[in-house]
Design a protein around this ligand. Structure first.
Ligand SMILES: C[S@@+](CC[C@H](N)C(=O)[O-])C[C@H]1O[C@@H](n2cnc3c(N)ncnc32)[C@H](O)[C@@H]1O
Length: 301
């Protein structure tokens, strides 16, 4: 059966206007379920029925970009071995990347005033090398990781000049990682940066703020799917992980899988921050919840 707009019946008479195929805008239920399951299996991100409209809107843009007209055609493409190259574009389309500098101030305060001094002291007491590794897991465009680098410069390195710090930012979305490496931001991203540090660490052009090369050099960004347990195994010996505002996109089973990988990536006596609206209740019993004056943190003992 030819498609609605296919031209298999021969040449159109010149008098009739040519019809152009328009892309679908509504996804059939069975296609949505197949899409949802595929995205879930690849990334842990779970689209509930209520979020169907979001998935439709985002995938519709990929249909246009690839000059496809049907959602099921796109699904078959991305599932096929030739279509694997489309996966990064799919992740770029479906992830939500909102972030900004100094987003979770109480957590950053806890990091500089309590956790890092304690981590460094306990490494010294154990005769371990003076090195600290920090990970911004699901870093998006880099604001969280760069906030850490600014705070280390301002508050930690002067106190601990002999300690080597490593900061790694990872995300599933290549476009946000590229933007993180460029380090160019707009008003929204920098609105919480204290004025003094804005002046010190950013160069302003008309409407953009360029982060200083010195801070950019202190963070390495790389692609990593938190749901890919094999890839996660290369992440280890971390002293502090921020995995904020990403678990909300996962269901219980994928949260458990990701949190178990994060646990394995941490050293003993090290810490995990998650977002304010997130909790490990019912997800993991491997951490001890520690109440600090203004923030809560999960400790691997
Ligand atoms: C809302 S942003 C959070 C950014 C930052 N952590 C913060 O709290 O401001 C969520 C990020 O998680 C990333 N993400 C979603 N699923 C992921 C996965 N399976 N693996 C790695 N990153 C993922 C998205 O690409 C997005 O950049």
């Amino acid at each position: 059966m030819p498609g609605l707009f296919s031209n298999t019946f021969g040449k159109q008479p010149q008098t009739q206007p040519m019809q152009t195929a328009t892309a679908e805008t509504v996804m059939q239920s069975d296609v949505f379920i197949a899409f949802r399951d595929f995205v879930y299996k690849q990334s842990g991100i779970y689209f509930t029925e209520a979020k169907k409209y979001l998935l439709e809107g985002k995938i519709a843009k990929r249909l246009l970009a690839l000059k496809m007209t049907r959602f099921d055609e796109y699904l078959r493409h991305v599932q096929s071995s030739q279509g694997r190259a489309e996966l990064p574009a799919l992740y770029e389309a479906i992830t939500i990347n909102e972030t900004y500098f100094f987003r979770s101030e109480p957590q950053f305060d806890a990091m500089t005033s309590v956790l890092l001094p304690e981590i460094i002291a306990s490494k010294r007491a154990a005769g371990m090398p003076p090195a600290v590794k920090i990970w911004s897991a699901a870093s998006s465009t880099g604001e969280e990781a760069y906030t850490m680098a600014i705070l280390l410069n301002e508050k930690i390195k002067p106190q601990f000049p002999n300690v080597k710090f490593t900061i790694v930012g990872t995300d599933i979305n290549n476009a946000v990682l590229e933007s993180a490496r460029n380090g160019i931001y707009r008003d929204y991203a920098i609105r919480n940066v204290p004025a003094l540090w804005l002046k010190k660490y950013f160069n302003r052009d008309t409407d953009r703020y360029h982060l200083s090369d010195d801070i950019k050099r202190q963070v390495t960004f790389t692609n990593l799917n938190l749901f890919d347990a094999a890839a996660m195994r290369i992440m280890n010996n971390f002293d502090l992980i921020f995995c904020c505002n990403v678990l909300i996109y996962f269901d219980v089973a994928s949260k458990q899988k990701v949190v178990s990988s994060l646990h394995a990536a941490l050293n003993k006596n090290s810490y995990l921050f998650i977002g304010y609206s997130e909790s490990l209740h019912g997800i993991s019993k491997d951490f001890k919840l520690i109440h600090l004056p203004k923030a809560m943190v999960y400790k691997k003992e």
